[in-house]
Design a protein around this ligand. Structure first.
Ligand SMILES: Cc1cc2nc3c(=O)[nH]c(=O)nc-3n(C[C@H](O)[C@H](O)[C@H](O)COP(=O)(O)OP(=O)(O)OC[C@H]3O[C@@H](n4cnc5c(N)ncnc54)[C@H](O)[C@@H]3O)c2cc1C
Length: 388
């Protein structure tokens, strides 16, 4: 059986590919996002590319047109995300992903008028301040406090794993405003200027030696009450904003396909690698088949959303399958280069850097919902098993 997209979706895919071919610098010319100290160069590169996306209204692909978005269907969004992931293009923007959509629903007129245009014109870099050392999967237990004092709220506490916090101009902050209420009912959302006195961002370098996330500390940080978003103590419900974004996890198979293609080219150019490990061809064939499965799982979700259905367990299945497959692709890459794969940066005579992706993909089954939490969802909402 051959699956084909509608012709307008395929035409859109070609348009995106042509845009990427023209506007995205060659991989060798892109700054390394994780290299410690390279944040300004990386930020300029990402914002430069995203401004070009914004000029076509593609940056806010899912947003309604009246807010500067493209108003795309779920299939169009998915194809866009697939092509961006395949090209390794920096299209993720947290302002677009949740700050803007939340403001559209719950923001004051002033917030909408001031913040939303700055998101769509890529003026500000946003980070997400949710997780804390003791609150990740159980986010509703977060402890960072916001206490009203005159026209301000005073913030004290700590966040962790804040992706790109070291580059951020603004933070999307969840803080506890009522410590006596049940935990889901005492949280409030704030817009936080990251340059406010008392905010300190400290780097966390991950095991692949990359500076991608941070710890953020708040010591008596004063945030104007006008930066509160939505209702006091209703932040938990505002956080779970009903985004009309596609939830297919297509980025995993898009990126996996790129990596497998690279490996195929390496093997063609260095056939002796297969001599050292004949099973590598079978392993790569397995990954190819799995990538097709991951792609179809993702397509299924976009197709459901297109029909007005809300994917639930299906989104968890696709996320787990895609993230775990990304790790298997990285393992296959290690097997391709053999012992030299233990060395970083393709050194030691290795024709391709296998160690960095091997280490970097570990986090994909943690960020954006851990595999265990997703399995709980599949078990309870999918299989109807009782809660443990
Ligand atoms: C690359 C990356 C980027 C991130 N970026 C951000 C960011 O920008 N902003 C932000 O706020 N956060 C960010 N995070 C944090 C992320 O959301 C959390 O790491 C994630 O929610 C898990 O929380 P935790 O690390 O506290 O682990 P925990 O919740 O403490 O979990 C530890 C282990 O216990 C398991 N576990 C927990 N609860 C259950 C349960 N009920 N049943 C079964 N198993 C369970 C988990 O699956 C995990 O294996 C990022 C994380 C990563 C890896």
């Amino acid at each position: 059986m051959r699956f084909k997209m509608e012709s307008d979706v395929e035409a859109f895919r070609e348009e995106i590919r042509a845009f990427i071919a023209k506007e995205l610098p060659a991989a060798s010319e892109r700054p390394d996002p994780g290299k410690p100290g390279a944040s300004e160069e990386y930020k300029a590169y990402v914002q430069g590319f995203q401004r070009k996306l914004a000029a076509k209204k593609w940056l806010a692909m899912a947003w309604p047109k009246e807010y500067g978005g493209y108003g795309a269907s779920h299939m169009h969004q998915m194809v866009y995300n697939e092509e961006m992931a395949y090209a390794d293009a920096p299209s993720l923007n947290m302002g677009v992903a949740w700050v803007g959509p939340s403001l559209m629903l719950y923001g004051t007129e002033e917030q909408k008028n001031h913040v939303i245009p700055r998101i769509t014109s890529v003026e500000d870099w946003w980070c997400t301040l949710y997780s804390e050392p003791g609150s990740g999967s159980d986010l509703a237990s977060l402890q960072t406090r916001a206490v009203r004092d005159g026209d301000d709220f005073v913030i004290n506490g700590q966040k962790i794993w804040t992706s790109t916090g070291h580059m951020a101009d603004w933070g999307w902050l969840a803080a506890r405003t009522d410590p006596d209420a049940p935990k889901h009912k005492g949280i409030t959302m704030f817009l936080l200027d990251m340059k406010t006195p008392g905010v300190s961002v400290r780097p966390l370098v991950n095991m692949a030696d990359r500076h991608e996330f941070n710890e953020v500390y708040f010591e008596d940080v004063r945030v104007p009450a006008t930066n509160l978003v939505g209702e006091l103590n209703r932040g938990w419900y505002h956080m779970a904003v009903a985004l009309d974004f596609e939830r297919s996890s297509i980025q995993f198979s898009g990126a996996g396909r790129r990596e497998l293609e690279k490996m195929r080219n390496v093997l063609k150019a260095n056939p002796e690698l297969a001599g050292a490990r004949p099973s590598i061809r079978h392993e790569m064939a397995d990954r190819e088949i799995e990538l097709t499965v991951a792609t179809l799982l993702a397509y299924q979700i976009a197709a459901m959303q297109q029909r007005g259905l809300v994917p639930n367990r299906e989104a968890s299945i696709s996320k787990n399958y895609g993230a775990e497959l990304g790790q298997r692709v990285a393992v296959t890459r290690m097997h391709l280069v053999g012992l030299a794969g233990q060395l970083r940066g393709g050194s030691g005579g290795s024709v391709i850097d296998a160690a960095t992706p091997y280490l970097a993909t570990v986090s994909s089954t943690i960020g954006g919902g851990t595999s265990e939490i997703n399995r709980n969802i599949i078990a309870t909402r999918g299989l109807g098993l009782p809660r443990g």
